[in-house]
Design a protein around this ligand. Structure first.
Ligand code: NAD
Length: 356
């Protein structure tokens, strides 16, 4: 794998992001001798496709390996799953010097990272990302967590991985719909900070296929720069929540029937429509973004009423003193702080108006 960059969180050691094929060999290159035990954790699909060979590679190197899995999907990213996996680790006498290798999309990575953050008050973990969405977004930045009936990702921790491996070969088996969800996050990064990436997405939009390593790299570069500047989301990192105020509410309101990437696509359009009405974003940029997402095969209309989603706005992590906040770009490729804040206060009435 190629070394893409190092993420340099202000509170911890830098960690490498590697990109390419053969994650088992790449894992060996970042493995530390002090990690005598490994917990290879994925959903049943990613464990079968990738986890087994990673585990057997680690065993060959003399490591004691526990393999853990849970059913795929957002519905299983919850406290019950975390508890069950932790109990299995405790029963297997996994010690503080162990390293969790989370293998899969954003769901196993978020769950594995959160277990690593709290197990015996914190152990090491490595992310092996096998969906496009995880490669350009979820694997990087140290956010971990689980969902609750009150909303998405409401229980979690910041806990940085020791290394991130982006297995681009894995994208060969990824269903096209999942590729589209990952492209939604690429479009988010492009809209925030990289107009050339946006133009590249416009160029390939009608023929969705696993993107080039260069495109993944550009998207990762946007996220890496932002999380390195603000690892704990005290300011600038909030811009990565563009589309997420509405998107997370839609995911919760539909009981995750609307997948994360699709929800973010709809969220970006609704939040941009609101921004265009407020004069924060040019209407032509809204049209350009909405057109790109549609051409990528992503939804741009809410699948449920505003009233159904509204209760979840108050639980959004950006909501402060009851005021709903959205991260809004200034134009395609540029996002800046506005009056000292990276998010803007919006009202329920404005969101309702922007809904369609
Ligand atoms: N921590 C963060 O910073 C962050 C950022 C963005 C998103 N997320 C989270 O990520 C999650 C969404 O991630 P996701 O879209 O990767 O979902 P996911 O992990 O559920 O993966 C989607 C599906 O693809 C399957 N799959 C994974 N890799 C495969 C492969 N190579 N071939 C075939 N099938 C494969 C999985 O089994 C699953 O069914 C959400 O929970 C979201 O909140 C977290």
């Amino acid at each position: 794998m190629k070394h893409l960059c190092d993420i340099r969180p202000s509170d911890g050691d830098p960690y490498p992001v590697l990109c390419g094929g053969d994650s088992a060999t790449a894992l060996a290159s970042v493995w530390r001798a002090e990690w005598r035990q490994a917990v290879v954790l994925g959903d049943t699909t990613t464990s079968e496709l990738f986890g087994r060979s990673i585990a057997s590679g680690l065993r060959t190197r003399g490591c004691e390996v526990l393999e853990l899995e849970f059913p795929p999907g957002e519905d299983h990213k919850n406290r019950a799953t975390k508890e069950r996996l932790e109990d299995a680790m405790l029963s297997a006498h996994i010690e503080r010097g162990a390293c969790i290798v989370a293998v899969g999309g954003g769901v196993p990575l978020d769950v594995g990272g959160f277990i690593a953050a709290t197990y015996l008050r914190g152990i090491a973990h490595i992310n092996v990302a096998t969906t496009l969405l995880a490669q350009v977004d979820a694997a990087i930045g140290g956010k971990t967590g689980v969902n609750t009936p009150h909303g998405k990702n409401l229980i979690g921790a910041f806990h940085h991985p020791r290394a991130v491996l982006l297995d681009v070969d894995a994208l060969g088996s990824l269903p096209t719909a999942e590729l589209r969800y990952g492209l939604a996050e690429c479009a988010k990064h492009a809209t925030l900070r990289d107009e050339l990436l946006f133009i590249e997405l416009e160029r390939l939009a009608d023929d969705v296929r696993p993107p080039s390593a260069e495109l993944i790299q550009r998207s990762v570069a946007v996220k890496a720069a932002i999380v390195s500047a603000d690892p704990f989301e005290r300011g600038e990192r909030a811009v990565l929540n563009f589309g997420h105020t509405v998107g997370h509410a839609l995911e919760a309101a539909t009981n995750h029937a609307l997948p994360h990437g699709a929800a973010i696509a709809v969220g970006m359009v609704i939040e941009s429509r609101l921004a265009a009405r407020r004069g924060w974003l040019d209407a032509s940029d809204l049209t350009r973004l909405s057109t790109l997402l549609t051409r990528l095969g992503l939804p741009v209309h809410a699948p449920c009423s505003f009233e159904r989603a509204a209760p979840f706005f108050s639980g959004d992590k950006k909501t402060t003193a009851g005021r709903i906040r959205c991260a809004i770009p200034e134009r395609i490729g540029i996002v800046r702080a506005y009056e000292g804040s990276w998010t803007r206060v919006v009202t329920q009435a404005e969101l309702r108006e922007a809904w369609t």
